[in-house]
Design a protein. Structure first.
Length: 165
């Protein structure tokens, strides 16, 4: 994989989503997958959203991961505006703990798919791993990095309680 050109676009609706979405960036970096991160609000910066979606394919992105809270329109709008796979990460909100975001993302109309992950940090990490699996289908280096990540994860699990790893 060309380390200079980002393969994954990470988009979030606001700066307050970064504490969650930084885990996506960190996981992709562990796997050696180049990514970019942008703040684009579906509601407050629609022109920025449209411009981003028009250019992503030409720049070589393979997958977009979109984190959003509350109404969580961002992943669905991106999915409507680009043919790239879009993975949605519901951001935990104070009032409804991310359930609002989760329900918004999983209730997409037929024909506009958003692969929705878990709420918060687990979803952010798993979105990176799922993006790696998609990219790994055509990139043996990424597939090997993902296999190594999973092997290390398995090796870190003790076989018996109290056993050090």
């Amino acid at each position: 994989m060309d380390a200079t050109a980002p393969a994954v676009g990470i988009v979030m609706g606001s700066q307050s989503d970064w504490p969650t979405m930084q885990h996506t960036v960190q996981t992709l970096e562990q796997l050696g997958i180049a990514c970019e991160a942008r703040i684009i609000s579906a509601h407050r910066t629609p022109d920025r959203l449209g411009a981003y979606c028009r250019e992503v394919g030409d720049r070589g992105l393979k997958v977009i991961i979109a984190g959003a809270g509350m109404a969580a329109a961002l992943p669905g709008m991106i999915a409507a505006l680009t043919p790239l796979p879009v993975l949605g990460v519901p951001i935990e909100s104070e009032s409804l703990k991310g359930l609002d975001s989760l329900l918004s993302m999983v209730q997409m109309p037929g024909g506009v798919p958003v692969g929705t992950l878990a709420i918060g940090r687990p979803g952010a990490v798993n979105a990176a791993l799922l993006a790696a699996a998609v990219i790994g289908l055509s990139d043996p280096e990424v597939a090997a990095a993902l296999a190594d990540y999973r092997a290390k994860q398995a090796a870190a699990v003790p076989e018996t309680p109290g056993e050090a790893t």
